[in-house]
Structure formats: structure tokens, C-alpha cells
Design a protein around this ligand. Structure first.
Ligand code: UDP
Length: 345
């Protein structure tokens, strides 16, 4: 019998790649998503890659009663991976209550329903945003949690606390909190990838949209930071590598290998790459020029952050494998597929 894993937000960017990796590893993922920031066509992409029709329920995790019914219908779920959340930093500043409602209510509903339905394991999508600007780099899981700089960041910090408190209160529960650095790229098949809603906020989707002429120019936010070339530094992690870490985390919990009831892992490559470096690596990997200009700093940006991955490498037994060049090519491949799809529709 294949083990069932609920993937909330499973049609989203990281969620969809994780569904594919769960299927590849012999699990039966069950997707719950309200399609608020994703497209139903993702299900076709997943099927093309795996040959398996994904199980999908259009449910909003804020709806306790609908979720309760869902768990009645799908008995025997062994673990939950909770991606369902809003993730745009700027939007969260404008609409804080939307973020608190979406991200926290969904989580609280899931946690309340887990004991009721006999589910013990949850993997949570957290973020390196919880560290703010770390004093020491690379950043380890022990680094202090800094005051959040946006409601989005607050929801990630609060969610981690809510999970820890709940696990403490219910002795059967276990959680793994995965702190992502900067996920980029797409599935190598080009069947699934990031689908930004409107003008992209994140760097790489803006780069690929500029490269294909959808945007005139990339704006590089700040060249006067205290870094070698003056631009910010991030740890860009391939989305398939990231997805695989979720499978490892689920197996770890199901095989009772967790050393603590709440474990935290950084998911990054351990390598800091500046914004300028990323753009020139993209140009080199794809042979396509990206017109850009330097613009003022963006409010709330962290100067530099990259992961110490030794704990994830040694204890979780996971390591990022893909090269930056292949990852950038996968993003470009996906962008070109999107262009030809949109052009044909
Ligand atoms: N960035 C940029 N131009 C853009 C988008 C992002 O220069 O159009 C920079 C941004 O200022 C930051 C880095 O790229 O230094 C990564 O930003 P992103 O929004 O992708 O991720 P974040 O680290 O902010 O979550």
C-alpha cells in the first residue's frame, strides 16, 4: 500500500515539484489547494511527468469544516506537508490581515484536525526570512530569530511557534520545519515551474521575463550594499532539490528517525551568489542577454544571507545537487515553454 501524504498548496510552485518527487518515491500525494495563486493546469504537468493522475481537492484550508470532511473522506493519511500560504512580502505589508488570516488560520485548522484524525506528522514550509539579517554568516539553525520585517515574515515566525507549542502539548505529534533560502528553477521536463501572478516580485522570474522580451529591463535593487560587487547576496536553491528534501523529511518522520519532536533544517546550497552574479550566470548558461539598470534599494531587503547546510547534510541526509547553471537553464526552458503556450492560446 502506498503511503498517503496530504500536500496543502500542492498546485503551487514548490508544492507541485514536491508532489512529483513524492510520486517518484512511491507515495500517494493528495493535493488540497484553493487555486488562489496557482492554476489547475499544473495537474496536467504533474501527470505528464509522472504518468500518474494526481488526487486533487479544491479546498481552502481556512475552512475547518471542509477540511474535517476531507479527512473523513481520505482516511489513513500519514503525514502532511503544509505549503498553503500567501508569500508576497510587499502584498503582506499592504494587506496584513489577509496574511495573518490565510497563513495562520490554515495552519491552526490543520493542527487541530491532526489529533482528531490520527495524523502525527507535519512538514512545514518556513523561510530564511525568520533570521532577518544574520550577524554571522553562513547562518545556522541556531542563529537568533530577528524581528520580522514584514507581516509575511511574522506569519512564518508565528507559525513556527504555533507548531512548537502544539507539538509540546500533544505527545504524538512531530514536526519538521524547513527553512528555505531562495528557491529557483523549474522541473527539467519543462512541464511545471513557477507561475508568477502579474509582475514578478522575485528575481529569477523577472530575469527570464526580461530575457524573453516580456519586460523591458531588469531593475537591480541597489549596487551600494556592503558586498563585493555592491548587490545583495542570496543562496539560490534548485526547486527540485528543495522538493526532494520534503520527501526525505516525510520518510524521516515515518521511519521514526527524528531526534526531537520538532526539528528545524536550513535548505540552501551553502553558497552565496550576488544579484549581479546571478544575472551574468544566467546570460552565460543560456546565451541570452538580460538588459538591466541599477535602481534604488528595495525596502526591507536583507543585504546578504546564505545557509550553513551542514546540519541538513549530516542529520537530514540531504544535499543540494543541481548546479546553478543547470538550474538557470531549467528556468529559461520553462519560460520559453510558457511563452509558446501563451502564444498558441
Ligand atoms: N531583486 C532585484 N530585482 C528584481 C527582483 C529582485 O534586484 O526585480 C533582488 C532583490 O533586491 C534581492 C534579490 O534580488 O536582493 C532576491 O530577491 P527576491 O525577491 O527574489 O527574494 P528575497 O530574497 O527578497 O526573498
Amino acid at each position: 500500500m502506498k503511503k498517503k501524504v496530504l500536500v496543502t498548496g500542492g498546485t503551487g510552485y514548490i508544492g507541485s515539484h514536491t508532489v512529483v518527487e513524492l510520486m517518484n518515491a512511491g507515495f500517494t500525494p493528495i493535493i488540497v489547494d484553493n487555486l488562489s495563486n496557482s492554476n489547475i493546469s499544473v495537474l496536467d504537468g504533474i501527470k505528464k511527468i509522472t504518468g500518474i493522475e494526481p488526487v486533487f481537492e479544491n479546498i481552502d484550508c481556512k475552512d475547518y469544516i471542509a477540511l474535517d470532511r476531507f479527512f473523513e473522506k481520505y482516511q489513513g493519511i500519514e503525514a502532511i506537508i503544509n505549503f498553503a500560504a500567501s508569500k508576497a512580502v510587499g502584498e503582506s505589508v499592504e494587506k496584513p490581515l489577509l496574511y495573518y488570516r490565510n497563513n495562520l488560520m490554515s495552519l491552526v485548522n490543520l493542527l487541530e484536525l491532526m489529533p482528531k484524525h490520527g495524523i502525527d506528522n507535519i512538514v512545514f514550509s518556513s523561510s530564511c526570512t525568520v533570521y532577518g539579517q544574520p550577524d554571522v554568516l553562513p547562518v545556522t539553525e541556531q542563529s537568533p530569530i530577528k524581528p520580522a520585517t514584514s507581516p509575511y515574515g511574522s506569519t512564518k515566525q508565528m507559525s513556527e511557534t504555533i507548531i512548537a507549542d502544539t507539538v509540546y502539548a500533544y505527545s504524538n505529534l512531530k514536526a519538521i520545519l524547513l527553512r528555505y533560502f531562495n528557491p529557483i528553477g523549474a522541473h527539467p521536463s519543462g512541464e511545471i515551474g513557477e507561475l508568477p501572478n502579474g509582475i514578478p516580485n522575485n528575481l529569477l522570474p523577472y530575469v527570464t521575463q526580461t530575457a524573453c522580451g516580456l519586460r523591458e529591463k531588469l531593475r537591480i535593487f541597489g549596487d551600494d550594499y556592503n558586498t563585493e560587487d555592491g548587490s545583495c547576496i542570496r543562496d539560490f536553491i534548485n526547486v527540485v532539490d528543495l522538493a526532494k528534501a520534503h520527501v526525505v523529511a516525510v520518510k524521516r518522520m515515518l521511519e521514526n528517525k527524528s531526534e526531537k519532536s520538532v526539528e528545524i533544517f536550513n535548505l540552501g546550497t551553502g553558497r552565496g551568489v550576488s544579484v549581479f552574479e546571478l544575472v551574468s550566470a544566467f546570460e552565460k548558461a543560456t546565451g541570452v542577454k538580460v538588459p538591466f539598470e541599477v535602481a534604488p534599494r528595495r525596502d526591507g531587503d536583507i543585504e546578504k544571507v546564505w545557509a550553513d547546510t551542514s546540519y541538513a547534510n549530516e542529520v537530514l541526509g540531504w544535499k543540494a545537487q543541481e548546479t546553478l547553471e543547470d538550474t538557470l537553464r531549467s528556468a529559461w526552458n520553462w519560460e520559453q515553454k510558457l511563452m509558446s503556450r501563451d502564444g498558441n492560446s
